[in-house]
Write a protein that binds this ligand. Structure first.
Ligand SMILES: Nc1ncnc2c1ncn2[C@@H]1O[C@H](COP(=O)(O)OP(=O)(O)O)[C@@H](O)[C@H]1O
Ligand SMILES: [Mg+2]
Length: 208
């Protein structure tokens, strides 16, 4: 199953993706796939020239190339171990993460994991990237306003969307929380995983 690992820029996606891949999961970088395989529609000059990914076509391509059903390069499970007892296969073989801030727009994903980050911390992280002030503010506001969560809920059932704290100072904890979800086949219903637990409205009230 493909899992979107998404979040506002700076919430820790790439950091957590690296930790997941160290723990044996396959993680594909959406932007890199799009650039390398010609799925860029253009650049958004109003947003500091960030690239616009053709998520519909890229998603189709990912399914054709890597999908479990008929994909030419099935990356689920180790094909050398076809005879191995499926019940003892590591959980990491069942999931492939697609990492990027538009990953939740990829139709091939069945589950969405959104990294969240306190807007004040996000502001500091994005400032250290040397981005223009407007770009930083737009992204911090988008995080505070739950933009990615709202987008994800347009396309996915509530139960298939999970929010994980990416602002804690401990990316390992975020990776472990995601692995715990994978171990539970992304069927967690405990209050820890209730949507809406990240409420940055204080930040907005203070600012506006
Ligand atoms: N949980 C975390 N705690 C503290 N710093 C983090 C955490 N996750 C990421 N970072 C730092 O925040 C910055 C942005 O992380 P990055 O993974 O590049 O975000 P993204 O890929 O979502 O844009 C990096 O400098 C990274 O080291
Ligand atoms: Mg990144």
């Amino acid at each position: 199953m493909f899992v979107a690992l998404t979040g506002t820029p700076g919430t820790g996606k790439t950091t957590v993706a690296e930790l997941l891949s160290r723990r044996g999961f396959t993680v594909l970088d959406v932007k890199k796939l799009a650039v390398e395989n010609g799925f860029i529609l253009g650049s958004d000059d109003e947003r500091g020239g960030s690239l616009i990914v053709d998520t519909d076509s890229l998603s189709e391509w990912v399914m054709k190339r890597y999908g479990k059903q008929g994909g030419s390069e099935n990356i689920f499970g180790n094909t050398d171990r076809k005879d191995a007892d499926p019940s003892v296969r590591p959980i990491s073989e069942n999931y492939v993460f697609l990492e990027g801030h538009v990953a939740h727009l990829m139709e091939c994903c069945e589950v969405v994991v959104i990294l969240r980050c306190d807007p004040k911390i996000l502001y500091q992280r994005l400032s250290s990237r040397g981005w223009p002030a407007k770009k930083i503010e737009e992204n911090v506001d988008a995080e505070a306003l739950d933009v990615i969560l709202c987008e994800a809920l347009e396309y996915y059932e509530n139960g298939d969307v999970f929010e994980i704290d990416g602002g804690t100072g401990d990316p390992e904890a975020a990776a472990s929380a995601i692995i715990e979800l994978a171990n539970a086949e992304f069927k967690k219903e405990s209050p820890d995983y209730m949507l809406g637990k990240f409420d940055w409205s204080d930040y907005l009230l203070e600012k506006y």
